[in-house]
Design a protein around this ligand. Structure first.
Ligand SMILES: [Zn+2]
Length: 157
């Protein structure tokens, strides 16, 4: 079935992308049909399976590039250090002095710059990914998402 889809929708040397490649069926079909391919999966086992299945078929003639790091964005240009005074001041104005978690008003010095999506999960220092949280909310959230913080705040209320 995947072979038919690939044949109908691409030509030799095109690139086939499978962002949830799992057991590599799409990658193997694309490779057999002389397409370049990119397989992405969060599971390290899936990545290993792709490498083994493709290597079995290709032998030693082609290289497989396997990356396990989180790619960094290069399309957003130069960005300030996340907790710079400029970012803190900008975010304080944008949020009107309210914590993005508990929504209480604080003086600027009592709010901390926080990554909405943590850097550990691929979030950047770009202003679009920053917010101000009070110390208490920032400690509760840690490097987890806002859904986690909101659930902690609802439990406490
Ligand atoms: Zn708060």
């Amino acid at each position: 079935m995947l072979r038919r889809i690939i044949l109908a929708s691409s030509n030799e040397d095109d690139i086939v992308l499978d962002p949830f490649c799992g057991c590599a069926t799409t990658c193997v079909a694309a490779d057999d049909l002389h397409r370049n391919w990119i397989g992405i999966d969060i599971s390290e086992k899936a990545a290993q399976l792709v490498i083994e299945r493709i290597a079995d078929r290709q032998g030693l003639y082609r290289d497989i590039v396997h990356r396990s790091d989180i790619p960094e964005r290069t399309d957003i240009g130069w960005i300030r250090r996340y907790n710079s005074p400029h970012n803190r001041k900008h975010l304080y104005g944008e949020q009107g002095g309210y914590c993005a978690g508990c929504e209480h008003h604080f003086e600027q010095r009592h709010l901390e710059v926080d990554h909405i999506i943590s850097r550990k999960k691929g979030g950047t220092d770009h202003l679009d990914n920053l917010q101000l949280l009070c110390t208490s909310c920032n400690r509760k959230k840690g490097d987890r998402g806002m859904a986690y913080l909101n659930s902690r705040l609802q439990l406490a209320a």
